[in-house]
Unconditional design. Sequence first.
Lengths: 255, 385
Amino acid sequence: MREEQVHPVSAVNLSIGFPGEMLLENVSFDVYSGEIFVILGGSGSGKSTLLKHIIGLYTPLSGKIFIHGQDLTTAGQDEKTSILNRIGISYQSGALFGSMTLLENIRLPLEEFTNMPMEAMNLVSRLKLFQVGLEGYEMRMPSELSGGMQKRAAIARAMALDPSILFMDEPSAGLDPLTSLELDELILDIARSLKITFVIVTHELASIFNIADRMIILDKKRKRIAAQGNPVELSTSSPDPWVRSFLNREKNVGN
Amino acid sequence: MNEEEMSGYVPAGKSTLNYDVQKEPQGLLRVILNGRMEAMNIGPLWKQLGKIFKKNDAAKVILDLDNVDYIDMSGQALILHYSRLAKEKGLQFQLSGLRPDFKHVHDQVSCFDCKPGPGFVKRSSVEELGHAAVNLVRDARDFFSFVGEFVSTSVYALIRPGSVRWKDVLLHVENVGSKAVFIIALMGFLVGLIISFQSALILRMFGAEIFIAQLLGLTMVRELGPLVTAIILAGRSGSAFAAEIGTMKTNEEINALQTMGLNPIRFLVLPKMLATMLVTPFLCIFFLFFSFIGGALVMLSLDFTLTAYLNHLRISIGMIDFLGGMFKVLVFSLLVAWIGCVRGLQTGFGARAVGRSTTSAVVSAIVLIILADGIFAVIYYVLGI
């Protein structure tokens, strides 16, 4: 572990991509504790791929990723599991297990990784559903829920082990503006009351101005981070005109 | 304690929660906690408190949280659970030293199930029975409407053969037929070998080994050939049909077909059934051929000549036997392909539903095959075939 302050997520000189196709070259950024951090980029800029590298699904071409100071890129299987138990991930499609009820979906990580008695796991799972506004839906199957509800249930499952960091891939994809606004409020509420750090990949500008404390914008052409900072500040006073126009034009369109 | 430490990260292995139970006068029980109340380490405390509450010899339980650095939702669940249990049992339960930060969440969750949700209503057994009856009727209706649609589509296809998707038929001919040749040949060879060998053991006692050829010829052509071919077909292709159509159903591809004005039966079912019925008799002939090779191997090892074996084989099998067997396997193939497609179309939602319909396709197919075989036995007997 390094001497200076340890951030929940740190990427150091990270290069990612696939053979023959470099997506990002030599990028570094830190996510501060308790903030809502957004990764923004146009389609194909590699933002979802970056997320998959951060959570250890893919191995970077070079560079390091630290989760709470632990190096994920060199961690052994046990260490990796221990790191992964401390983070929650909600996938773009929700990725709920279709053959299980909502309660069973949320209880699964508790059953696998804790030694709580069954009544405890059931109560904790119900509390998680309450937190995302799905109380009473315990016995429903994922297929019986609307898209917005599935997203919320996926957040509940991601929070099952009370992670300190929650990663979300395109939380508002495929949702109507109102539902997506409700989801934003839910994220803010969880971040405030539980002090969870959020790392969110999205291209929903309206949502970014709503919730993000800080953001990075990926630049597809130059394979680097075009800017990082507070979205409002970046949209008004970024030295890079491309960033300003990207945020402003879209912001105007969004409004 | 600053913000950073409060929400701060402790590696899973290093997060600890110690508890100490102290008995004080007047039935007071003080549980002193030290560490972090988290999902990962709350189990033992939960069980310990469970024991204390079960024993029920304390008048008041105090949960001392002065030295608790962090309480996550599982910790909150523990507090909630035991304060409710205490109320039920009529003993006092008190928290001491709950930090304001965690008090907020505590208040938030303490009434999480107060207002009734849209809830899961447990059905009574009468209701269950009613639902089962409704499902049965719906299944039966599906079944008949499928038969009706299939017949009408087939008749339409007969009148206008151009409406059949012949490219798909060819594709299925390859999948159901050509790709199954090896397994059919292998099974045929082995079944022929085994039957001849087993019957040789008994017939030898009467010096009647030469009749192995007759026995093998008749049983294979009339019974085992069609039966085993159909069962292999059910396992190989019936299940594949159910899985393919079932997955399409869960992906809403069937709905897409329907809304495009395309009839799923004509599009998906008819090509599969046509292809299956087209190739299965040939598969059965392959099966018979290789089973006779298996028989020949046994006969040669018993020092009979190939000519003698073939002569006896030829005497035993009449054209009518062969045609009877072929007709049987044609009907079997119709049943297998049909039930595979029906089960696929009946698939519900999710990955498990696809698995269920695949299993059901194989099981139903085998049951149907055996049933049909019994009916054939009676009909052939009556007709004197």
